[in-house]
Design a protein around this ligand. Structure first.
Ligand code: ADP
Ligand code: ASP
Ligand code: MG
Length: 413
């Protein structure tokens, strides 16, 4: 019998009607004679609601308690989905992380997976039951509850598929695949039939929230193909898999944006060895990830301005740390900006093409968008711009790189 791992996201289980609909889909596959493990998210909006409750109570909610709170959303949906399956006469068992020993480290709110007791799921299969597993949550070696970061149910599902040796991990969501850009802000977005792990990793880490970045890392490491499909229609789908020769080698295959960044500039620090190390080690000690960094020298060559971006969630903490360093660094000023966003182009074809970045800059300039910061890697170029220009920028780049057509290339345009 085939082992099928499916994951249903928040909108797919966002109401009782939808949970019943999902149960019918699962029942059909079960009756076809498959072993099925289903991972579910909390109902749409529920995790946000729980976070707001905590924020209404405390300025910095304790991370351990935050996990106890936000993991409850998934407990509701596994129970409801299991009830719906019982009503369809499908034997099923809802499971919380502790019941399958879904072990993680103790980095609360963004824990990393250590291992999962695959045998506990296999026993459920042997008993002829469907396993309905709470996504997003884990348990530390001392049995504290953890969560895997926003969107973490994707990673729960891929990890489960990996340990069960499933041939595929099916991710059901509210779009019918991975698009060239977020279809909710760009009408011309085109669905891709296939995408490589590396491209998907870049798209996800640069803001395309259709898959959590860590789920793609896992899939790549354990070579688990991911099929992204719509819960509500059988059409379409995108297979995320190893790069192979007949995959489209687009110069630019996707555009992403990320509103969750904030910029901090430290003006007039001494231009001498050790300054950057001092700033960034202070931030990393507090577990704050820095994304882009730029440093400019002042005209007299003695003072430098340093700007960097952090996630908006870390902005207040990062500002506090930097303010505490002002005297030590001899900095003249600190300027924070939360009204920024990052817009990026991604494509494996960039490895072998020159001129992609300049084409991006020219396209943004054409519609009057100012670029505040730039960063590049082998297969992506990112720019920090004013948040209010995100939609305009995404559409402009989509058009410039002709992503609505297959086989776009620099030569063609
Ligand atoms: P779920 O609740 O099922 O996990 P998410 O909201 O996390 O769903 O992810 C699906 C959403 O991701 C879509 O509704 C879409 O707006 C957004 N998205 C952003 N970028 C892309 C992209 N490149 N392709 C498809 N969807 C994208
Ligand atoms: N419920 C969690 C969230 O909203 C996990 C998930 O949906 O994947 O982030
Ligand atoms: Mg998601």
């Amino acid at each position: 019998m085939a082992i099928i791992v499916q994951k249903y996201g928040g909108t797919s289980v966002g109401s009782i009607e939808r949970i019943k609909f999902v149960a019918e889909k699962i029942a059909k596959r079960y009756r076809e004679g498959n072993h099925i493990a289903v991972v579910v998210s909390a109902m749409a909006g529920e995790t946000d609601r729980l976070i707001r409750l905590a924020q209404g109570l405390s300025e910095s909610p304790h991370p351990r308690e935050m996990d106890v709170l936000v993991s409850t959303g998934e407990q509701v949906t596994i129970a409801l989905l299991a009830m719906a399956l019982w009503d369809l006469k499908i034997p099923v068992r809802s499971l919380l992380a502790f019941q399958i020993n879904f072990r993680t480290d103790d980095t609360h709110t963004k824990a990393r997976i250590l291992d999962i007791d695959a045998d506990s799921i296999r026993r459920i299969f042997d008993a002829g039951e469907v396993a309905v597993v709470a996504g997003f949550q884990g348990i530390t070696p001392v049995r504290d509850i953890t969560t895997l970061g926003r969107g973490g149910s994707d990673t729960s599902a891929v990890a489960l598929a990996a340990v069960l040796g499933a041939e595929l991990c099916e991710i059901y969501t509210d779009v019918d695949g991975v698009y060239t850009c977020d279809p909710s802000i760009c009408d011309l977005a085109r669905r891709m039939d296939r995408i490589s792990y590396d491209e998907m990793l870049e798209l996800a880490s640069l803001g395309a929230k259709v898959l959590q970045t860590r789920s793609v890392e896992f899939a790549k490491k354990y070579n688990v193909p991911i099929l992204v499909k719509s819960t509500f229609s059988d059409a379409g789908g995108t297979l995320c898999t190893k790069e192979d020769t007949d995959m489209e080698k687009e110069v630019v295959s996707g555009i992403t944006y990320d509103r969750n960044e904030a910029k901090i500039s430290i003006i007039g620090v001494h231009d001498k060895p050790g300054i950057a190390a001092r700033i960034f080690s202070s931030l990393s000690e507090k577990n704050i990830n820095v994304d882009m960094i730029i440093q400019n020298m002042s005209v007299d060559g003695k003072l430098a301005d340093l700007s960097f971006t952090v996630s908006k969630n870390d902005y207040e903490r990062a500002m506090k740390i930097v303010r505490e360093l002002v005297d030590e660094l001899g900095a003249q000023d600190i300027i924070g900006n939360t009204g920024i966003a990052k817009i990026s182009i991604v494509g494996v074809g960039m490895r072998s093409h020159a001129g992609v970045a300049s084409k991006m800059f020219a396209a943004l300039a054409k519609v009057g968008i100012n670029i505040m910061m730039i960063s590049t890697s082998e297969i992506k170029v990112s720019c920090v711009i004013d948040e209010k220009f995100i939609e305009l920028g995404v559409r402009q780049l989509h058009e410039t790189f002709e992503l609505d057509k297959r086989g776009n290339s620099l030569e063609k345009s």
